[in-house]
Design a protein around this ligand. Structure first.
Ligand code: ITT
Length: 212
């Protein structure tokens, strides 16, 4: 598989993640595909204990099944007072078919009685780019915040309405998309990935030319 053909699958079934990644990759000279652009692939089991482990597993799995270079994102919320939960279980915190509202309700219940200063939390994101079983690139990002009981803001997805950034003075659901993409865990991981990818493509083209 030749990356120089510049066709990369964004392997996520989460519409919120897909929207943010598409916003941040718009206008690049790469043909980004979504899972909805290809034949359906059953999702893999996300059974790794780390975000990086799950991102690598998803990237390799979808790349092997699609035959495409594949970018995967594994992300979630770590709450200190809950010993890092929901962590890698963020998407299914309240059960297999849990909605964002179910997960948020469980989170707020779990933090009942916990004072503000002990509600520190962070969003973390690991990204991986795979070519079949090979995984040439991986990056990470995180953003610190605090969990608030009352939801604020309509943007974003998942736990955003309850994730208050002290640095920015608002929840990530109150941030306009371009600000969230600039400061978020996903924004950081994706920017590093795109920089690495640019260097990687240049290196591949360089080695191809020197072998012609
Ligand atoms: P894919 O595996 O198909 O990408 P998923 O939703 O199952 O989709 P994850 O296992 O990585 O993905 O779980 C991510 C969850 O973490 C997501 O469903 C949200 O609940 C939460 N999350 C991650 N990034 C977030 C963000 O930017 N804002 C709010 N919540 C976020």
């Amino acid at each position: 598989m030749e990356i120089a053909r510049r066709k990369i699958l964004i392997a996520t079934s989460n519409p919120g993640k897909l929207r943010e990644i598409q916003q941040m990759t718009e206008g690049m000279s790469i043909d980004w595909l979504a899972l909805s652009d290809i034949e359906p692939i059953d999702p893999p089991v996300e059974d790794r204990q780390t975000f990086a482990g799950n991102a690598a597993k998803k990237a390799r799995y979808y790349s092997r099944h699609s035959g495409l270079w594949t970018l995967a994102d594994d992300s979630g919320l770590e709450v200190d007072a809950l010993d890092g939960a929901p962590g890698v279980h963020s998407a299914r915190y309240a059960g297999d078919d849990a909605s964002d509202a179910d997960n948020n309700a469980k989170l707020i219940k779990a933090l009942a009685g916990v004072p503000d200063q002990r509600r520190t939390a962070r969003f973390r994101c690991a990204m991986a780019l795979a070519n079949g079983r090979k995984m040439p690139l991986s990056t990470e990002g995180e953003i610190e915040g605090q969990i608030i009981d009352e939801p604020r803001g309509e943007n974003g997805f998942g736990y955003d309405p309850h994730f208050f950034s002290i640095e920015h003075g608002c929840t990530t659901a109150e941030m306009p998309a371009e600000i969230k993409n600039q400061v978020s865990h996903r924004g950081q991981a994706l920017r590093s990935m795109l920089e690495d990818l640019k260097r990687f493509i240049q290196f591949q083209e360089f080695t191809r030319r020197t072998h012609e």
